[in-house]
Design a protein around this ligand. Structure first.
Ligand code: C5P
Length: 220
């Protein structure tokens, strides 16, 4: 019984980085491994949820027993999230690139001998978390975002929760000295309308389990 509290519930999880192409062989990306997102999807699955796992090109494999939707860019990720609605909850753990290259090339770019590098033009990507949080229809009952910060973590994350319109923010300090980005452990603070709740340092798997438990309490 305790393991099936999310049976019949549908949860969307975004995970991993996005890749924004510059040309057919180059892209802009970030250092997300996708491990926290994969662990969250697995923990939700273990509680009985149907999970739509929308992942960019992550370094860790997706968990078994979830519906895997592979995407490359932020725009593809947004479209995949939209196509997966409706959902009871959405957990946006992806590290979406903030910008995409608007003058990307169909052919591999070459040095032209002038010594001048190409000028990349960029546009802002859709903010998937803010978009889903503010949907007039089909908004999931619970929307959870992440805030990876390097300083003033709680302040920034509290501001982010209000700005994005999500219900909870899972905030973490990703300063290089923490070893969190790409590492096995995480130290997070869960920020809700009730304020910040600090969790002790634990494995990403335990963070995922604890978060899934909280989600089950909320929508189970
Ligand atoms: O604004 P920032 O990137 O710090 O916000 C992080 C949160 O917003 C994460 O939950 C991330 O998955 C989500 N996000 C998003 N789409 C973007 C940028 C961030 O869903 N374009």
């Amino acid at each position: 019984l305790t393991l099936s509290r999310l049976t019949g519930r549908h949860v969307i999880v975004t995970s991993g980085p996005t890749h924004e192409p510059i040309d057919p062989v180059r892209y802009i990306a970030n250092r997300s491994s996708g491990s926290q997102g994969a662990a969250i999807a697995a923990a939700l699955r273990d509680l009985g949820a149907r999970v739509s796992f929308i992942t960019g090109p992550a370094t860790v494999p997706p968990p078994d027993g979830v519906d895997v939707i592979r995407v490359e860019t932020a725009q593809q990720m947004r479209d995949a999230v939209e196509a997966s609605l409706p959902a009871d909850a959405a957990v946006m753990a992806a590290a979406v690139a903030d910008w995409r290259v608007t003058n990307s090339s169909d052919k591999k770019m070459k040095k032209d001998g002038s010594g001048r590098p190409p000028a990349l033009e960029m546009a802002e990507n859709p903010d998937i978390l803010a978009w889903i949080s503010k949907l007039p229809q089909n908004r999931p009952r619970l929307v959870v975002g992440f805030a990876a910060e390097t300083n003033d973590v709680i302040q920034h994350a509290t501001d982010k929760r209000l700005r994005k319109g999500c219900d909870w923010i899972v905030a973490n300090d990703v300063s290089p000295e923490t070893g969190i980005m790409g590492g096995p452990e995480n130290t997070v603070t869960l920020i809700s309308e009730n304020g910040p709740e600090e969790w002790p340092r634990m494995s990403k798997r335990d963070v995922a389990r604890r978060l899934a438990e909280r989600i089950a309490e909320e929508i189970g």
